[in-house]
Design a protein around this ligand. Structure first.
Ligand SMILES: [Zn+2]
Ligand SMILES: [Zn+2]
Length: 381
C-alpha cells in the first residue's frame, strides 16, 4: 500500500462528515448513508452528485480499510507538508512546487516519508504512484433487494447498475475497430517523463499521450477514444446463505475500470431484505409468534409450528404455560457462516376468543365460578 498524493490534499473525514476519532462502524454508517443519497442510479444525470459520490467512495476506500486509514492518519499528522505540494495538480497532472527554497527540513521529512511509503520494488523517487501511472478503478456500491428466503438460503442472481465500464466496442483500447493504438514515441509507453530537479527526480505525465503510454490514431467511435464508457451493466453475484439486511458482499474487480493499466475497483453489493409475513430474525435465529388457546396453555398441548423449510415441527407446551413464553427448536434457524445453523424461537401467545358460541360462554362462566381466588389479590385490591 502506498500513500496517494490525494492523501495530502483531501480531508476524507470531512468528506464523510465524521470526526477523525470515529470508529469503523460510524465510518461505515456515514459512508452507506452518503453512498445511498449520492448513488448515480438515484441521481441520473447530476454531475455534482456523481462527483460527490466519487469523493465519498474514495474517502471510504481509505478510511474503511484499517491499514490504509492508519497510514492516512500518519500522513495527516504531517499536515503542514501539504503546502509543499502546491496546487494545480489537477486530474492527470502532478505538479510539485517548492514554495520555499530553504527546504532542508522538509527534504528530510520527505525522504523519510517516501522511503516508508514507496511501493516495494518501485524505483521512482516521487511520492507514490503519480497520477500518470496505473490507477486503480473506483469501488462501487449497489443495492440488491432479496426475499427473506433468498437471504436465508443464499442465491445466485444479478445486479443491474449504470457505471463507468470498459468500452465494449474497443475493449478498452480506445482505438477504432480494425486499428490498434501505437506506443507513444515520447515516453516509450511509460506514460510518464522523468524530470531531474536536483534533490529529487520527478515523473510528470507525458503530454503527448496524456499519460496513457499509447497513441490512438483512429479513436473508437463509441467511447471517443477513452476506452471507458458510462453504460448499464449486469453483474452476476453469488449471495451466500445467511446474509441479513445491510450485509455487504464484495465482488472483486467489478467496480470501475482502472486507468493506464491499473486494476479495476471492486463492487460492493449491499443487501436489502424483505420482511417475511410469518418469520422474523434475530441474528442467526428465526423467530415466530404462535397463537395458542387458553385450554392449550392451561392444560398443556402438542402444537404444530411452521418452519422456513416447509415441514412443520411439533413442540410440547407444558401445563400452565404463560403467554409470551419462548420455546427453542435447535438448528432450525438461519445457516451460520462457519457452518451449522441458528435456532427457531417460538413465542406462544394466548389468544382471547373474540366471539363465543353459547356452549363456550357457558364453559367459561363455569370456569369463572370455579376459580377460587382473584389473580389480583396480591395487588391489595
Ligand atoms: Zn471504445
Ligand atoms: Zn507518452
Amino acid at each position: 500500500m502506498a500513500a496517494q498524493r490525494e492523501w495530502f490534499e483531501k480531508d476524507y473525514y470531512k468528506v464523510l462528515g465524521v470526526p477523525d476519532t470515529a470508529d469503523a462502524k460510524a465510518i461505515t454508517r456515514a459512508y452507506r448513508k452518503l453512498a445511498r443519497q449520492l448513488h448515480p442510479d438515484a441521481n441520473p444525470g447530476d454531475p455534482r452528485a456523481e462527483e460527490r459520490f466519487k469523493e465519498v467512495s474514495a474517502a471510504y476506500d481509505v478510511l474503511g480499510d484499517v491499514d490504509k486509514r492508519k497510514e492516512y492518519d500518519e500522513v495527516r499528522k504531517l499536515g503542514p507538508m501539504a503546502g509543499a505540494f502546491g496546487g494545480g495538480g489537477g486530474p492527470g497532472g502532478f505538479s510539485f512546487r517548492y514554495e520555499n527554497p530553504d527546504i532542508g527540513d522538509i527534504g528530510d521529512l520527505l525522504g523519510g516519508l517516501f522511503g516508508r511509503f514507496r511501493r516495494p520494488g518501485g524505483g521512482r523517487a516521487g511520492p507514490g504512484p503519480s497520477t500518470s501511472g496505473p490507477r486503480r478503478g473506483q469501488d462501487l456500491e449497489a443495492e440488491l433487494h432479496l426475499s427473506f428466503e433468498d437471504a436465508v438460503r443464499g442465491v445466485t442472481t444479478s445486479v443491474n447498475l449504470t457505471s463507468e465500464a470498459v468500452c465494449d466496442v474497443c475493449h478498452g483500447s480506445g482505438a477504432a475497430p480494425g486499428s490498434t493504438p501505437v506506443t507513444c514515441p515520447d515516453c516509450g509507453g511509460r506514460g510518464a517523463l522523468d524530470e531531474d530537479q536536483g534533490l529529487f527526480s520527478f515523473s510528470r505525465p507525458c503530454p503527448t499521450c496524456a499519460g496513457r503510454g499509447a497513441l490512438v490514431e483512429e479513436p473508437c467511435p463509441n467511447c471517443r477514444g477513452a476506452g471507458i464508457v458510462q453504460r448499464p451493466r449486469e453483474v452476476r453475484v453469488r449471495i451466500p446463505a445467511g446474509v441479513d439486511e445491510g450485509s455487504r458482499i464484495r465482488v472483486k474487480g467489478r467496480g470501475t475500470p482502472g486507468r493506464n493499466g491499473g486494476p479495476p475497483g471492486d463492487l460492493y453489493v449491499v443487501t436489502r431484505v424483505e420482511p417475511h409475513p410469518l418469520f422474523g430474525r434475530k441474528g442467526s435465529n428465526l423467530t415466530i409468534t404462535v397463537p395458542v388457546t387458553f385450554p392449550e396453555a392451561a392444560l398443556g398441548a402438542d402444537i404444530s409450528v411452521p418452519t422456513l423449510e416447509g415441514d412443520p415441527v411439533t413442540i410440547r407446551i407444558a401445563e400452565g404455560t404463560k403467554s409470551g413464553r419462548t420455546f427453542r427448536v435447535k438448528g432450525r434457524g438461519i445457516p451460520k457462516r462457519g457452518g451449522g445453523a441458528g435456532d427457531l424461537l417460538v413465542t406462544v401467545e394466548v389468544v382471547v376468543p373474540q366471539r363465543l358460541s353459547p356452549e363456550e360462554r357457558k364453559a367459561i362462566e363455569d370456569l369463572a365460578a370455579a376459580s377460587a381466588e382473584s389473580p389480583r389479590t396480591h395487588l391489595g385490591v
